[in-house]
Design a protein around this ligand. Structure first.
Ligand SMILES: Cc1cc2nc3c(=O)[nH]c(=O)nc-3n(C[C@H](O)[C@H](O)[C@H](O)COP(=O)(O)O)c2cc1C
Length: 209
């Protein structure tokens, strides 16, 4: 099936079959799609936390405003972004990139100086708006990869970020949660499964000049 067919197949699953688990190989592929996402300046400003522990998933239900999908799904992927830019974080990823490419460290020094001049004077909140945006790109790719594998998922923004950050101890890692992606297999009784996918008509969606 083509990517477009799979994107038509997928939907924001509202009820999972709790007895069906996603194979580790498929979890790995979904995470890999996120890891391969492009990021602004290649800074890779986010991480993915993979939660399979049932107790933790159950604790996520009240945090996600009572959404039972958190506990029913096989795994929950949490997309979390840097809580702010720092000189060390920018240098670390650029040192790693130059090392991996066999280039001298500091090769991109004038560019990273520009990044530091742009981001470091900003507030942590302003930084996080930018880092979180990068996580959304990966989130979209993970959703598409899940569809390609015929794994169901639900994009979730309906949760209290501070509570999730505390549950997963994200602050100590310099991260703040952005979105969650429960993955698994739809339950036969999911009311949304048979519903038509509704999108704006192409003529309205595309503005051509
Ligand atoms: C960023 C984002 C956050 C969302 N948050 C939730 C959520 O918390 N709970 C939920 O059931 N669906 C959530 N959705 C699913 C949307 O309602 C759904 O994607 C949209 O209605 C389109 O339907 P479809 O994905 O089934 O095609 C979210 C979607 C996105 C993209």
């Amino acid at each position: 099936m083509s990517l477009l067919e799979n994107l038509n197949w997928r939907y924001a699953t509202k009820k999972y079959d709790p007895t069906r688990k996603v194979a580790q190989e498929d979890v790995d592929k979904i995470v890999e799609a996120a890891r391969l996402a492009p990021t602004s300046s290649g800074l890779q400003q986010f991480r993915v936390i993979v939660v399979s522990n049932q107790e933790l998933k159950e604790k996520m239900v009240p945090i996600a405003w009572g959404q039972e999908i958190m506990a029913e799904a096989s795994h929950v992927l949490v997309f979390a972004a840097w809580d702010r830019y720092t000189e060390e974080r920018i240098d670390k990823i650029y040192d790693y990139t130059t090392d991996e490419r066999g280039l001298p460290r500091g090769r991109f020094g004038s560019y990273t100086d520009k990044l530091k001049a742009a981001y470091l004077p900003q507030t942590a909140e302003e930084n996080f708006v930018h880092t979180a945006r990068q996580a959304y790109i990966a989130f979209g790719l993970a959703i598409a990869q899940a569809a390609e594998l015929k794994v169901d998922c639900t994009p979730v923004e309906g949760f209290t970020t501070e509570e999730l950050d505390e549950l997963l101890d994200l602050k100590s890692k310099g991260l703040k949660s952005v979105t969650m992606l429960p993955i698994g297999y739809r339950d036969n009784e999911d009311w949304l499964a048979p519903m038509k996918k509704v999108r704006n008509p192409k003529e309205e969606f595309v503005i051509e000049y």
